[in-house]
Design a protein around this ligand. Structure first.
Ligand SMILES: [Zn+2]
Ligand SMILES: [Zn+2]
Length: 445
């Protein structure tokens, strides 16, 4: 979402800086206890940022302290809300959810889009974790605008996906504050946001899935985000990618964790098979790291040089330059948008040209979590647990092949010694000769 236009000048007298600080501290306390409140005049839930952290307790000319907006507070029936959307700080209560996270005293809040129990014929649906940009930290109500635009413009997303959109806003456990400051809606400098907290964001997603129960297909979980949210998508992929069906980072490159070098074996296990489809502005060069794509391609055994193709969308007045390393690794550079950074709405709102959600529909995770509790295991244990389960899966397949081979008088290699074996797994190996092993090898471990 673009920056808020104009500024809000408070009414009231001149107060001292000390007075401002005292009120700001108590407001921060109030905000942490009640970051949202229900509007008494309508069906919206309102961010407490409109009545916290400002220096003037009297009436404000732009925001209501009690309602979603001054229009709603006035009791107006038509229009019900301010025609300036920036003046209404509410989001639909019907989409508003909260989740208790382990180890956190405060609730995590998110918006949920639910296509309904009849969607797609009632089968379990895929789910998307939708992560916003940094500006939403100060204006959490704008998350709804982003989601509303997607749902209004993209029928596939609307009809066939659960969408979970956490608020990475002031006071929320999924947001990590920065050491630098930015002016808030009342023109007061406040600590700005650094990033999404990856583990808390992941847990919020899982708690949302838990609440949806069997209506979600756990083999079809996707993470998608733009700008700060795009960076979080990369971070989630490095830690939880083996449980995902795809990752779609937009307008962001990967911010590698400090221990990335030491953890690279675990990281590669998370992303080796994960489809990564990234979108950036062609001129937004700071958000593209060619080295990262080359590294991923190399570790997947692909050519490190991409193939390049150009698609012109004359109806939209833009071009897409698509760099492909394979069907599961691509970077689409969008050319011709008004802002070289804010390209995500172009992709979200033009499914007929970009086909992003159709693409998501087609893929499934090879190693999905078996339950939400399973997915809650923190990294790197989650990675190790996944590897262990994968080995068990292979062992199970091997036992089946072994049984089949006994019937068909064939030999298969032992999972433990790699040589031809005539006994079940996990018992003492009856090794055959190297020659018979090499002739009959069906699997490698
Ligand atoms: Zn209202
Ligand atoms: Zn309103």
């Amino acid at each position: 979402m673009d920056e808020q236009p104009g500024c809000c000048i408070e009414e009231g007298g001149n107060e001292s800086d000390n007075s401002k600080c005292a009120k700001t501290d108590s407001a921060a306390e109030e905000l942490s206890l009640n970051p949202w409140f229900p509007c008494p005049g309508c069906d919206r839930t309102v961010t407490s940022l409109v009545r916290s952290g400002h220096p003037h307790p009297g009436k404000h000319h732009y925001y209501s302290y009690t309602h979603c907006c001054l229009t709603c507070e006035s009791g107006s029936a038509d229009p019900k809300h301010s025609e300036d959307q920036w003046a209404c700080a509410g989001v639909p209560t019907s989409m508003f959810r909260q989740a208790k996270l382990s180890g956190s005293a405060i609730q995590s809040h998110y918006l949920l889009h639910d296509p309904g129990p009849e969607a797609a014929g009632g089968v379990p649906l895929p789910a998307v974790l939708f992560l916003h940009g940094a500006n939403t930290y100060l204006y959490p109500e704008t998350l709804w605008w982003d989601l509303r635009g997607l749902l209004e413009q993209n029928k596939v997303a609307h009809d066939e996906f659960f969408i979970v959109a956490p608020f990475g806003a002031i006071g929320e456990p999924v947001a990590r504050a920065s050491t630098w400051t930015k002016a808030n809606r009342f023109k007061l400098d406040v600590p700005y946001v650094d990033s999404f907290d990856v583990d808390a964001t992941w847990e919020t997603f899982l708690r949302a899935l838990e609440a949806l129960g069997s209506r979600v297909d756990l083999s079809r979980l996707h993470v998608m985000g733009f700008s700060m949210g795009g960076q979080a998508v990369w971070s989630l992929a490095l830690r939880y990618g083996s449980q995902l069906a795809s990752a779609v980072p937009m307008a962001a490159c990967c911010k590698w964790p400090e221990d990335a070098w030491a953890s690279q074996d675990r990281i590669i296990e998370e992303v080796r098979r994960l489809p990564v489809w990234s979108y950036c502005g062609e001129q937004d060069t700071r958000t593209v790291s060619w080295r990262d794509f080359g590294w991923l391609a190399d570790r997947r055994g692909l050519q490190t040089k991409s193939s390049e193709s150009l698609t012109s969308h004359t109806e939209l007045g833009i071009d897409s330059v698509i760099h492909d390393w394979g069907p599961d690794l691509s970077l689409t550079l969008v050319r011709g948008t008004r802002s070289c950074h804010c390209i995500w709405d172009m992709v979200f709102h033009n499914e007929e040209f970009f086909g992003l959600f159709r693409r998501l529909q087609m893929v499934r995770c090879d190693t999905p979590m078996e339950s939400v509790e399973d997915g809650l295991t923190p990294f790197p244990a989650s990675c190790e647990g996944r590897q262990k389960r994968q080995k068990q899966k292979w062992a199970g397949a091997l036992v089946l092949v072994f049984g089949w081979s006994k019937l068909h008088v064939l030999h298969v290699p032992c999972l433990l010694c790699g040589k031809c074996c005539a006994l079940p797994l996990n018992v003492e190996c009856a090794q055959q000769t190297d020659q018979s092993s090499s002739e009959s090898r069906l699997w490698t471990t």
